[in-house]
Design a protein around this ligand. Sequence first.
Ligand code: PLP
Length: 403
Amino acid sequence: MEFRQSSKLSEVCYEIRGPVIEHADALEEAGHSVLRLNTGNPALFGFEAPEEIVQDMIRMLPKAHGYTDSRGILSARRAVAQRYESMGLANIRLDDVYLGNGVSELVSMAVQALLEDGDEVLIPAPDFPLWTAVTTLAGGKAVHYLCDESSDWYPDLDDMASKITDRTRAIVVINPNNPTGAVYPKEVLEGILDLARRHHLMVLADEIYDRIVYDDAVHHPLASLAPDLVVLTFGGLSKTYRVAGFRSGWLVVTGPREHARNYLEGLTMLASMRLCPNAPAQYAIQAALGGRQSIDELTAPGGRLYEQRDRAWEKLNEIPGVSCVKPKGALYAFPRLDPAVHRIHDDEKFVLDLLLREKIQVVQGTGFNWPRPDHFRILTLPHADDLDAAISRIGRFLGGYRQ
Ligand code: PLP
């Protein structure tokens, strides 16, 4: 008797760690060195964990061997509440903060607690595909609203409005955005909130990159603009604090919780079912949030992330038939391959061919639920010279590539 995967997985897709990885692993086993530009993992590119976080975790380790409260330890939840109050979110109580094993776990819990079979969630295209995957797994329907490349990748509010039905329960906003690097202006956020207000939708604000912004971009926490709406704000240590492997994140509920009492009971039950988040990683939160914000040095002119973002953007735009909107935040660029020049019909094959030929691994645009095979995502995490070399190789590859 063969054991088969659940049919619930048949529509679930998660390409960032998808099948191309097996080919990359095989290449490495055969002795090739593969430049892996597929996951936003700062540790792989020489970003050290801030010393104060590591030291605090080591110091607390002997005391962190028991289960904790299932929402998480109070000192960390207090630090999270204070962080967001200082960013303009009102009246956060400690019970409004849930800690998790990364934002990923909390996204899954938040969506599972909400959806009946067939309920719809508005999710951006392109998206960070976890949102689509967990919605589908929870029996819901991911309905993608388009982000407009010709308007700096801001959400197309008309498209969003046209996709709201009586089954729509929530809107997901990823800001700063993975994969596009967009940081949304206040007017766009207000437009989204108006729709949520008019249609009684929960707002799910994935703001894990909120401190990673460049140039004149300003990140406006969505919840700070909508104290009258139930907003779940997601954040964590993986990116800003470069400790993705610690698996430490949080979710903060704001707005009229009395309209979400029953939902929050469900969320709390899911939090108890996983017993608690990894305890040592919870101790890292207070140290991180109370510490010196070294991320600002990395994103300011002359800082490593800033320079790399610039170099990636410039080099990509030098390739004939490639254009890239300048990322204003996060750790990625999402260039367009002009279909008149490159004629790519299957972008997963394109990514695989690039890997096999140049030993560079990127992720195809359709892996982010982008509807056409004309984009890919590249990280801006490698050193500028490595990015330079990698993008030159991508350009050379594209020059001779035919599908
Ligand atoms: N949300 C977005 C937009 C992301 O890009 C990522 C990771 O890449 C996550 C959530 C998940 O982060 P975590 O490591 O906290 O699970």
